[in-house]
Design a protein around this ligand. Structure first.
Ligand code: ATP
Ligand code: MG
Length: 370
């Protein structure tokens, strides 16, 4: 096999030897050339032998060392690249940005001075506490389109590098995840397993329960042990987790308080948490239809903050429209923002103060005008 590439050389050599036999004058030259070629051939074979792989010790060990060397170099490199892109439960991926949250709440959230303040205080205090005694439990209340999901997203954005798309952020929507009240026992087990499994793999997990008022009655009770002041449960500590409940429950009460302030000619910013908090938790707790609470979560004080979301006014809808234009990279058009705000339905019918759907339909209205 090794001699195959030498065939043309051999052919040339034999041809020259024949030629030498036929022409005596050039015999000595031919013999000399043949000797040179033979020498070349010998060394060529040596070279070929050196370079050509065969099952010699040096080749096998050479290949082995190349493979080992390459693997030793490539494997950690590959692992580094893989880890660089793969989200892990560490500081590279989970790091609280206090000023980021503060700025986001200040610049992006409109008309929610109470929610803004309480969220910042609650989340910052909890995230900066190295050994919290229990998980953080926030309950966000308010009528539709006032920014409850939006605030959950801002919180996630400032804790997880991947925001709401993080593997450690879990969003449950009652109508989608728990649609059949008859299957509550199955849901209870699944929910417990899901929370336990996820907190085991990452203690800094965020669980958002949307549409709490549509959750089958009693289901939320199943997660009560995880919200308690336990050091750990079956070897799992839940103290670094965050639970956020979203609901419309209490929205009407909040709107009434906001309307009273408006009717009295008071500034909206004068409304304080204490004006809303008691009425809010009572209404939620007493709302038998919601199946939401009337659980021990409230009487056991497991909810750290009840956060009211005020109904939005026309100026807030305008601000939402402008923010949406900016987000879509459109030129800011005050006229269109006015049109979007004008298109909304406002309540109560007589006063027309609050946008019935808040900022919820701003985007679709904007699509219509742009
Ligand atoms: N207060 C607000 N400030 C800025 N943008 C807002 C505000 N409220 C709502 N938005 C905008 O409207 C969109 C819809 O709001 P969001 O989903 O947060 O409402 P919600 O309170 O969760 O309503 P629902 O009770 O119907 O679920 C948000 O994604 C955001 O763009
Ligand atoms: Mg919502």
């Amino acid at each position: 096999m090794q001699l195959q590439p030498l065939a043309p050389v051999l052919l040339l050599l034999s041809h020259m030897v024949l030629m030498a036999a036929g022409e005596p004058i050039s015999t000595s030259i031919a013999v000399g050339m043949a000797a040179v070629l033979t020498g070349l051939l010998a060394s060529y074979q040596g070279v070929l032998y050196y370079l050509h792989e065969c099952c010699r010790e040096e080749w096998i060990s050479f290949n082995k060392s190349v493979i080992v060397g390459a693997t030793g170099f490539l494997y950690p490199l590959g692992k580094k690249i893989y880890n660089y892109f793969r989200e892990t439960c560490n500081d590279d991926w989970i790091a609280f940005n206090t000023t980021g949250l503060e700025k986001d709440l200040e610049r992006k959230l409109f008309g929610q001075h109470i929610a803004s303040r309480v969220v910042l205080k609650g989340v910052t205090g909890f995230m900066n506490n190295k050994s919290p005694k229990k998980p953080l439990v926030l309950s966000l209340h308010g009528s539709t389109g006032t920014g409850k999901n939006f605030v959950s997203q801002l919180i996630a954005d400032n804790i997880y590098k991947k925001g709401m798309t993080s593997n450690y952020v879990h969003l449950f929507t009652s109508t989608a995840h728990f649609p059949h009240p008859s299957q509550i026992d199955t849901y209870k087990v699944q929910l417990q397993q899901w929370i336990k499994g996820n907190v085991s793999s990452c203690p800094r997990s965020l669980f958002v329960f949307d549409e709490m008022d549509k959750m089958p009655p009693g289901l939320i009770d199943s997660i009560k042990p995880y919200l308690e002041y336990y050091d750990n449960l079956e070897g799992v500590s839940y103290r670094h987790a965050i639970f956020i409940f979203l609901s419309n429950a209490g929205g009407q009460n909040i709107s009434q308080v906001a309307l009273d302030f408006w009717l009295k000619g008071k500034d909206r910013e004068e409304i304080q948490l204490k004006d809303l908090e008691a009425a809010l938790s009572l209404e939620v707790f007493n709302n038998k239809n919601s199946g939401f609470w009337h659980t021990s979560l409230i009487d056991k004080n497991l909810v750290d903050f009840f956060i009211p979301f005020l109904p939005l006014e026309r100026r807030h809808v305008r601000a939402c429209a402008l923010a949406e234009m900016e987000a879509q990279g459109l030129p800011l058009d005050e006229e269109i923002a006015n049109q979007v705000a004008d298109d909304m339905i406002y309540s109560p019918k007589a006063e027309r103060v609050f946008a019935s759907k808040g900022c919820k339909t701003t985007r679709s209205k904007l699509d219509y005008y742009t």
